[in-house]
Design a protein around this ligand. Sequence first.
Ligand code: SF4
Length: 193
Amino acid sequence: MSIVRLAAAHPCKMGGPVLSAVDRRIFTTRYYRDCMGCNFCRDACCQHGVDVDMGNVARLRAAPQRFKDLVGVPEDSWFTGDVVQDGEFPTGAHVRTQVRDGACVFRNPSGRGCLIHGFSLSEGLDYHLLKPMVSVLFPLTFEHGVLVASTEALDGTLVCGGQGPSCYDGARDELRYYFGDALTDELDRLADG
Ligand code: SF4
């Protein structure tokens, strides 16, 4: 069995999820990691859009007009209309970013990468406040309190999967941001064990 319980429950500082177990395959499943240094993926991981917490939606809607101009798509086309109740998300509910021309509406259509991430960096903002947590943690994700590698990473369909650092090593700093040192300290021990 690859899933092990953690010694403690680790709540995300955004308000959810709470991690209480981990799938050990996060330590052995590998990927390219250097997203912006990659010249072959064409941002394939953004082609389906992403689940985004309703609090995150509100922060994006409140972003300055220069961000909205950068996106270049009317605000009412940013998200799907179906609100999904999900206790693992910080506010307990999420929508999904819309897909437009084969990619998430926030993907840079004239270059590489995520417009939310790029805008945050250019404005000196903490990108964790505007970018969906599911995107930041990718190729890790969470399912019913279990920290897991994404389906694409596990089934071999992730275009940059197979070689490089582990999914855990790639996302460790982001886990630390959301869940704190106690989680990464425990995961470090599991990775070494
Ligand atoms: S929010 Fe950004 S990183 Fe996430 S799927 Fe959309 S473009 Fe990609």
